[in-house]
Design a protein. Structure first.
Length: 339
């Protein structure tokens, strides 16, 4: 059944929105949301997985629903798991709660965790799959990518003027985008596991690389801050202010960096600068997505967003929107197309 035809699409979108909650610490687990509705279509429970070792989305939703889960429908973004890890099998929890139907979006590709749908069907539950799969895959894309390729999903973020510059003739720091675009940047920071910059960005801009609310207050979840390069971080630099963990990675082997981050259960990396690091990652085939901000200004001089590259890189635009006075482009690079 296609998502357009499904009567469960609206509820699945609710589950997807739950999975996108900014306080999720993904680590080695996927983002998952769940909504439980009774026979009349009323929501009786909802929840999302907050991170490793915490109850899964289905268990949170079942706890809220209580006895109202009996005979209900569970709408969940990922196929309920069938294995026991840090928590028990969600398929068993749904069966024991008396749920009559399970609707899910994306199959669990795990050898141990996948197959929950078969367990549910064997217990007599109705199972409907593939509802709003694109939206659910987007939410779980970092986890899926990490499993498939053995490295984090990498999103390259850049803010530039109409003439492609990331700073004015002084070299920076130069404010490029407006407040609304900056709010989007901080929302992305709160959803990734690590932010990566080159040491040149630290020396030029002295960024804090924290996720903050519009009023400047720190968000509850902060990503790992990673600085790539051999030069020393100056004393008093904001990146060492203690508000989030900071890692310095010396050397130029970017594949080794990604392997190290993967070993630390980092699933999603946001690269925020600078142009030299961005170009190196692109040329090594280590960028999967772009988050490109374009401001309505012409600086006339100053460093450009990217130095010359060794090849053309095609980007498939996922979404383009106007935010305040700026344009935001979200795109995908199919780095594995020719591999």
């Amino acid at each position: 059944m296609s998502s357009e035809e499904s009567p469960w699409s609206a509820l699945m979108r609710q589950a997807v929105n739950l999975a996108m909650s900014p306080d999720v610490a993904t680590s080695s687990n996927p983002r998952v949301g769940c909504v439980i509705v009774d026979a009349a279509g009323a929501v009786v429970g909802s929840g999302y997985h907050r991170g490793t070792g915490t109850p899964h989305a289905e268990v949170v939703a079942l706890a809220e629903a209580g006895e109202r889960a009996r005979g209900a429908t569970a709408v969940v973004t990922l196929e309920p798991c069938r294995h026991t890890g840090r928590t028990g099998p969600c398929a068993d929890a749904l069966i024991e709660a008396g749920v009559a139907r399970v609707v899910y979006a994306v199959d669990d590709p795990g050898g141990d965790s996948g197959g929950g749908a078969d367990v549910l069907r064997a217990a007599g539950l109705e199972v409907i799959d593939g509802v709003e799969g694109d939206g659910a895959r987007y939410v779980a894309r970092a986890w899926l990518h990490s499993r498939d390729f053995g490295r984090p999903l990498v999103t390259l973020k850049t803010a530039m003027s109409l003439d492609g510059r990331v700073a004015d003739a002084t070299g920076g720091p130069t404010p490029i985008t407006g407040q609304q675009a900056q709010c989007i940047s901080h929302e992305w920071r709160a959803r990734v596991d690590a932010i990566v910059v080159g040491i040149g960005t630290v020396l030029t801009d002295d960024p804090s690389l924290t996720a903050r609310h519009a009023n400047g207050a720190l968000m509850s979840r902060q990503p790992l801050r990673v600085v790539v390069g051999n030069r020393a971080i100056p004393d008093g630099a904001r990146i060492e202010d203690g508000s989030a963990e900071t890692l310095v990675f010396a050397g130029r082997d970017l594949h080794a960096l990604m392997a190290y981050l993967h070993a630390r259960d980092v699933q999603h990396v946001l690269v925020e600068g600078g142009p030299t690091l961005a170009a190196a990652l692109l040329e090594e085939g280590l960028v999967d997505e772009v988050l490109w901000f374009i401001a309505p200004s012409i600086l006339g001089d100053g460093p450009v967003a990217l130095p010359p590259l060794d090849r053309t890189i095609d980007v498939r635009v996922r979404r383009m929107r106007v935010v305040g006075e700026d344009v935001v482009v979200e795109g995908v690079i199919d780095v594995h197309r020719d591999r």
